[in-house]
Design a protein around this ligand. Sequence first.
Ligand SMILES: *[C@@H]1O[C@H](CO)[C@@H](O)[C@H](O)[C@H]1NC(C)=O
Ligand SMILES: *[C@@H]1O[C@H](CO)[C@@H](O)[C@H](O)[C@H]1NC(C)=O
Ligand SMILES: *[C@@H]1O[C@H](CO)[C@@H](O)[C@H](O)[C@H]1NC(C)=O
Ligand SMILES: *[C@@H]1O[C@H](CO)[C@@H](O)[C@H](O)[C@H]1NC(C)=O
Ligand SMILES: *[C@@H]1O[C@H](CO)[C@@H](O)[C@H](O)[C@H]1NC(C)=O
Ligand SMILES: *[C@@H]1O[C@H](CO)[C@@H](O)[C@H](O)[C@H]1NC(C)=O
Ligand SMILES: *[C@@H]1O[C@H](CO)[C@@H](O)[C@H](O)[C@H]1NC(C)=O
Length: 503
Amino acid sequence: MLAAFSLLLLAPVALGVLTPPRPLPPTLPRLSRALSEPLVHRPTGDPLPSIDTLYTFDQLIDHTNPSLGTFKQRYWMDWEFYKPGGPIVVNTPGEENAENYIGYLTNDSIVGQIAQQENGASIVFEHRFFGLSNPYSNLTDASLKYFTIQQAIDDLVNFAQTVKLPMPGGDVVQSGKAPWILVGGSYSGALTAFTMSNAPGVFYAGYASSAVVQSIVDFWAYFEPIRQLMPANCSADVEAAITYIDGVANSKNATAINALQSSFGLGNLTHIDDFASALRSQLWNWQSLTPDSGGAVFYDFCDALEVKNNKSVPASGWGEASAVEAWGKYWKDTAYSQICGDGNADCNEMGFFQDSAPLGKPSLVSRLVVPSGDERKCQAMFPGAFSTPRDPMSNATNAAFGGWNMKVDRLFFANGKRDPWRFATMSSDLASIKSTTMMPIAESNGFHCTDMISAYGDIDPTVDAVQKAGLANMKTWLASWKPSTPKVDHARRGGRFARRNAL
Ligand SMILES: *[C@@H]1O[C@H](CO)[C@@H](O)[C@H](O)[C@H]1NC(C)=O
Ligand SMILES: *[C@@H]1O[C@H](CO)[C@@H](O)[C@H](O)[C@H]1NC(C)=O
Ligand SMILES: *[C@@H]1O[C@H](CO)[C@@H](O)[C@H](O)[C@H]1NC(C)=O
Ligand SMILES: *[C@@H]1O[C@H](CO)[C@@H](O)[C@H](O)[C@H]1NC(C)=O
Ligand SMILES: *[C@@H]1O[C@H](CO)[C@@H](O)[C@H](O)[C@H]1NC(C)=O
Ligand SMILES: *[C@@H]1O[C@H](CO)[C@@H](O)[C@H](O)[C@H]1NC(C)=O
Ligand SMILES: *[C@@H]1O[C@H](CO)[C@@H](O)[C@H](O)[C@H]1NC(C)=O
């Protein structure tokens, strides 16, 4: 969960700490209308504020100790289709400035589509410690202890139970008086599932896209969907190059190591582990693929390895020598300038270190890249928080929020076969979880959170089918919603897990 701090503290970073893509949903590729466009309330024709109008909620800094006071948590909302009795559909983008996701309010995303279909209002809610929703203006180790999954869950719960929304009648639609629906993708998809499992009943239904529900320290399997679905010749050659590079590294021959690194333009990296680590950046580009991304950067890399004189080779690839040479040239000519340092590490609660495959399995990543290396980086980033390198508390997170074992009613999981995060989701090959009527698990041929974006349903019929299934479930489930008196369980709120897990 500590991604935010590394972003704020580490930029710009040196090449040696090139860091992995974070579990975030994509921003909308295009918007059907400008965020600043004046709107009308469809049922009445009344004018509405534009959707970029900012609202804030006075949120508790610490749900275990309300005496610490409150901070301003930002949100945006759209009630153009709202009719009394309709649901409040909340989306938090997760660990990012939520301003970049205001478009999710509209029917350009699944969030707005649910609101439109059900005559509901949509809300984009900023996660604590991101954008301008900061409990404390300083980023000391002392403030880091309020940066936990449990506090983020309790933010959503407190908001749903007490907020007075700025729309007409918005003061009488708290959870229980109106149905609340939670939507998230990636980490925030997991947060959606965790919230519904940890605080049952506050959100009546949920939609979790590419939700990384199972925390995993050594997340080598991030590269499995990539290895299986990238061009076969390219994966064969990446594997061959990596085997060669590991051989040179293991030889401890400084001359050979230096010559190898120099052929990639990376002769100045002192530690070969950093060199080996940096080579993952070509594979990480897979996460930004979308159904309409076509010849994206990932494929340029494969072309650089595979296409010679306009000819590409069969599935077995060109072999080691050619692959190492072509990959080195690609770094020197192209990759170097594309690298930008984005510090991040899920050091504390989730893990997800994107490392080499276990011995005996094919690996696109050097065997030098192992969790202990990531844990050393975590410690270097947060010396006050980690006195020694240690495993993130993935097992405790899974025990607290359920991981693959969770059973949550009226929660729709949407996953993608080409999502590199797939092995941490409910569709993981490492688990075998059955889809049920009350907790359906649907899978498209999409990439990461592809189904959250309406337009991708027009391009890929499997994505369309998942979106339609999600919308149909919302319709069915909402039909049986009845008002209730919410139970505010203070013993649970910000309970023992949060304290034990605080830094
Ligand atoms: C969004 O709403 C507008 C207005 O009702 C409609 O024309 C459009 O088809 C909708 N788009 C989607 C993706 O549902
Ligand atoms: C910095 O954060 C700590 C809590 O982590 C808080 O007690 C202190 O008041 C903050 N200082 C400022 C200047 O905001
Ligand atoms: C070989 O690689 C090229 C370039 O990336 C790709 O277009 C082609 O489909 C691949 N062929 C096979 C058989 O893997
Ligand atoms: C070390 O590598 C260099 C360059 O590849 C080679 O010329 C040399 O013979 C190697 N040294 C040993 C001891 O293997
Ligand atoms: C390595 O050299 C390159 C190119 O000269 C330079 O841009 C880069 O900052 C250097 N990296 C380190 C870690 O010193
Ligand atoms: C490769 O193909 C392109 C277009 O088809 C052509 O312009 C180019 O000259 C070819 N290059 C070689 C080396 O054959
Ligand atoms: C976490 O659980 C896994 C599987 O039960 C176990 O192999 C591993 O040792 C545990 N890790 C820690 C740090 O306790």
